[in-house]
Design a protein around this ligand. Structure first.
Ligand code: ZN
Length: 458
């Protein structure tokens, strides 16, 4: 017997289930932290313990958005190196990032999460790979910020052990040793990973990229993840320069290199995957390796256009990612639905590359697949977790667009009347309910200034 129910009625619903079932006017009933029923017309009569009944007239309900790639710490270094490609941008920013401390990382996590959650994200992830020595419990600070906001969360515990003296890109002072990185990652899994159906916190093993980690860290990281039963994440095939780096150092392209280190599989997802040939895409499809597509960041750093339609055609699971806010200053995911659609139409497939429903699927069910949680989140179906968003589409911004999914994806960023995570309200009338947004804005400014000061002293 449900302790409490929330009933939403009179709204359009895009369930994003296997058949893309939609209702022009329907209902969703949430019982505790699960979706109890969804369908056309009003909710079943005589429901007990209804604590809230919402008239969703003029709204569209979708599954909550799932972000599959981010670097929260970059929140404090937005708007820098604005006209650089990836490698030049990284080299420009590494020295500043190496000065991060625990209060900065906590504030950056709060800011990054706040931007996403108030835009409809219900499951977030952070790929954090900068662990300067003696800076406190950075992973704990990030996980704490997500718990405080009430958002479902995957921390991809990152690492770098290939500094410039080993032919890598990051400066030596910004990297960990192989043994330290592996030990700290295992400790984070033991302390925080929850494998249960309604888990709010999960951990993934996430060495940063081929040009910042050793072959041994990739191999042993994959072994650690499989021993612990957690997922694996990294950056892959992001730029032409990365491809050249892999060919020069390893005598093969990134995808073959990943395969040789145990990094293709249905428990792996990679960010970007822009420079993939047909055989790379086929390898991802064959192995079930997932992709976090980050259209704005790829455009911002002039990395190129990922071949998302070809990936989907090959059966590759694809989700969307904001990427770090030093390469996507907006920090929002709901606008990436639109950017994914528009940018992919500039690629080889033209106007048939992606449609609005496919874009919505990337941002919801596709993200859930990529994070290994498609059985629990990513679509509105009875028995799944109650992570959903009520988008207001009857204002000036969308009122003349008849189809609600078209309005959401093609139109301006839609206001949110209600967002639920695990059945709990995190956004109400476009405002975060669990944290003080103005306080986060104030600490963002002061911590960003503190980091800039410390970095300037060298
Ligand atoms: Zn990234």
């Amino acid at each position: 017997m449900a302790a409490s129910r929330i009933v939403i009625e009179n709204c359009a619903i895009a369930t994003v289930d296997a058949h893309d079932t939609e209702y022009a006017s329907g209902h969703v009933v949430v019982a505790d932290n699960r979706i109890e029923s969804v369908g056309a017309g009003p909710a079943p009569a005589r429901l007990e313990n209804v604590v809230r009944r919402i008239d969703g007239t003029g709204h569209l309900v979708t599954p909550g958005l799932v972000n599959t790639h981010h670097h929260f710490y970059q929140w404090l270094t937005r708007g820098l190196a604005t006209d650089h490609n990836l490698f030049d941008w990284l080299v420009a920013l590494y020295p500043t990032w190496a000065r991060l401390d625990e209060p900065m990382v906590r504030t950056a996590a709060q800011g990054s999460l706040a931007m996403m959650v108030r835009g409809g994200v219900t499951t977030a992830m952070d790929h954090h790979y900068v662990y300067p020595r003696g800076t406190g419990d950075l992973s704990g600070a990030i996980i704490g910020a997500a718990a405080e906001m009430g958002v479902r969360f995957t921390l991809a515990r990152g690492s770098m052990d290939r500094g410039t003296s080993d032919g890598g890109l990051p400066p030596d002072f910004a990297v960990e040793s192989l043994d330290d990185a592996l030990a700290a990652t295992e400790k984070t899994i033991d302390a925080h990973h929850d494998a249960s159906f309604d888990a709010m916190t999960q951990i993934a093993v996430a060495p940063c990229s081929p040009f910042s980690v050793s072959t041994e860290l990739l191999k042993q990281g994959a072994e650690l993840a499989r021993r612990k039963g957690v997922r694996l994440h990294t950056h892959g095939s992001e730029t032409v320069e990365e491809e050249q780096f892999c060919k020069e150092l390893f005598g093969m392209g990134p995808t073959d290199y990943f395969e040789s280190t145990g990094w293709l599989g249905s428990d792996v997802w990679m960010a970007h995957c822009v420079h993939m040939n047909d055989s790379d895409i086929a390898a991802f499809g064959r192995t079930g390796t997932g992709v976090a597509h980050c259209p704005s960041s790829n455009a911002r750093l002039a990395a190129g256009i990922a071949r998302v339609p070809d990936m989907l055609g090959a059966g590759v699971p694809v989700g969307l990612g904001v990427d770090g806010t030093a390469s996507n200053e907006s920090g929002e995911l709901h606008t990436e639905l639109r950017n994914a659609l528009l940018i992919n139409r500039l690629g080889a497939r033209g106007e048939s590359a992606l449609n609005a429903r496919q874009a919505l699927r990337l941002g919801t069910y596709g993200g859930a697949q990529v994070l290994g949680r498609a059985g629990q989140i990513g679509s509105i179906e009875p028995g799944k977790l109650a992570d959903l968003v009520l988008w207001k589409l009857d204002t000036l911004a969308h009122a003349s667009i008849a189809d609600p999914v078209t309005a959401l994806v093609f139109g301006a960023a839609a206001p949110i009347t209600l967002s639920l995570v695990n059945g709990r309200t995190v956004v109400e009338d476009s405002h975060l309910t669990t944290v003080d947004e103005d306080a986060i804005a104030r600490s963002t400014r002061s911590e960003a200034q503190r980091l800039a000061r410390i970095a300037a002293t060298g």
